[in-house]
Ligand binder design. Structure first.
Ligand code: 5AD
Ligand code: SF4
Length: 444
């Protein structure tokens, strides 16, 4: 091992990038790098980028520009670009911005040690391959203690080719990791203190390993791991919600009652133009079946306003679908044209219409979200405590529905307690220990 150097990683975008950043930090720890949250003291800065929406590359260039004084102050500082912008435009970034010493795409993170050595020797270090070897096998880091929650990537890439989306191009084809490797990683996380695992995949519910293990089977296996108390998964496509996975929501106690199931639009015409391959009615009937299995499930979704061809009537269909479903959480975006995607050369809806529809949609979704959160008052929830709150004696954690809950308690980080919700504020709930409840090890 070489002498200790400092690594600063800035992560943009989705949870998979958060997971990847952790794994990159672990991989580079083997090269003598220690993580820092101070860019100013770093010997290596990695930007783990996101390409999903507009101006992705511009944002990377302006962030790189902000790093110039650090490079001027420390000529040994190495700057790298990782993630989906690196995959899509890495070579161009390297050519255009001499500050960049290293470019690495999401499927090549296990090659970081070689790339780092190359960059240190002053050679161009760029890798945006989709190598055949399993990157996860080569990313074993030190077994440091972990907080109570962790992401675990089980599936990457996407074969759905929604007409607006860059993911099939930046992350490649759908690949599922073997279930035994996922189980081994999960057990390792639990030994290191993790109580809740969120299984990640761009299409996580399409998970299927070479032995035919499905996501539902994987969840049932994980539920048998002692010490693992909670399981979540994200993000899913409606067409891959199998009967078995729906049943698991009713049967597996450790599977939390929260489901992120993007629909994007409520108009059949737009769903077809988006290549989503299902109708609004199909989605609504699916939600009914999921709620029949787990009536208290909190639903979350993604929406796009102003997709090419969207009329006011199409948008009204989206509002109607939202009214019918009732979301406890949601993410919504104005359509942004992404180079290389099928929708990129279609005539765009004017920006003012996109923005106006987004504002109206967000008003409705925001009201549903607030009503769902307020309706928790008086209910008993189980909370996994993650850290101390701002006030003395206060702890903060997440309920099974993923609401942040504050409480005065002697519970330690990683403990699960039953709480009665006594107040709802802007973005969180307040709870008090439910009477007669000591620590619980099993989530309810
Ligand atoms: N424009 C706007 N939103 C997009 N998303 C993906 N691609 C685009 C795009 N080109 C949104 C979708 C997806 C979420 C991760 O990002 O809603 O579900
Ligand atoms: Fe993108 Fe559609 Fe694949 Fe989701 S399902 S990653 S939106 S192409």
């Amino acid at each position: 091992m070489t002498t200790s150097k400092k690594l600063f990683i800035k992560t943009y975008g989705c949870q998979m990038n958060v997971y990847d950043s952790e794994r990159m930090a672990e991989t580079l720890a083997g090269q003598g790098y220690e993580a820092t949250d101070q860019a100013g003291e770093a010997d290596m800065i990695l930007l783990n980028t996101c390409h999903i929406r507009e101006k992705a590359a511009e944002k990377v260039y302006s962030e790189l520009g902000r790093l110039r004084p650090l490079k001027d102050a420390n000529p040994d500082l190495k700057i790298g670009v990782a993630g989906c912008v690196a995959q899509a435009e890495g070579a161009e970034i390297m050519a255009r911005q001499p500050l960049v010493d290293l470019v690495v795409g999401p499927q090549s993170y296990h090659r970081l040690p070689e790339l780092e050595a190359k960059a240190r020797s002053g050679a161009p270090a760029l890798d945006t391959d989709f190598p055949a070897e399993d990157k996860f096998d080569h990313m074993r880091g030190p077994r440091a203690a972990r907080g109570p929650t962790a992401f675990l990537t089980v599936q990457e890439g996407c074969d759905k080719f929604c007409a607006f989306c860059v993911v099939p191009y930046t992350r490649g084809a759908e690949v599922s990791r073997p279930a035994d490797k996922v189980m081994a990683e999960a057990r390792d996380l639990v030994e290191r203190g993790v109580r809740e695992i969120t299984l990640l995949g761009q299409n996580v519910n399409a998970y299927a390993d070479a032995d035919g293990v499905t996501l539902a089977t994987l969840i049932r296996r994980l539920a048998k791991v002692d010490g693992l108390e909670r399981i979540r998964f994200t993000t899913s496509h409606p067409n891959d919600m199998s009967d078995d996975l729906i049943a698991a929501h009713g049967e597996v106690e450790k599977l939390m009652p929260y489901l992120h199931l993007p629909v994007q639009s409520g108009s059949d015409k737009i769903l077809k133009a988006m290549n989503r391959r299902h109708t609004a009615d199909h989605y609504i009937r699916l939600i009914e079946r999921i709620r029949a299995a787990r009536p208290d499930i909190l639903l979350s979704g993604d929406f796009i306003t102003g997709f090419p061809g969207e009329s006011e009537a199409d948008f009204a269909d989206t509002l109607a679908l939202v009214e019918t479903v009732g979301y406890g959480q949601a993410y919504s975006f104005k359509y942004s044209s992404r180079p290389g995607t099928p929708a990129a050369d279609r005539a765009e809806v004017p920006e003012v219409k996109k923005a106006d529809r987004l504002a109206r949609l967000q008003a409705l979704l925001g009201a549903q979200q607030k009503a769902t959160q307020d309706a928790m008052v008086g209910r008993e929830v189980s909370v996994l405590f993650e850290k101390s709150g701002r006030l003395p004696g206060q702890m903060v954690g997440k309920s099974e529905y993923l609401h942040a809950v504050f409480a005065e308690t002697d519970a330690a980080v990683g403990e699960i307690r039953k709480l009665r919700i006594i107040e709802s504020s802007a973005n969180s709930l307040g709870g008090e220990l439910a009477l007669g409840q000591g620590p619980v090890t099993q989530s309810a």
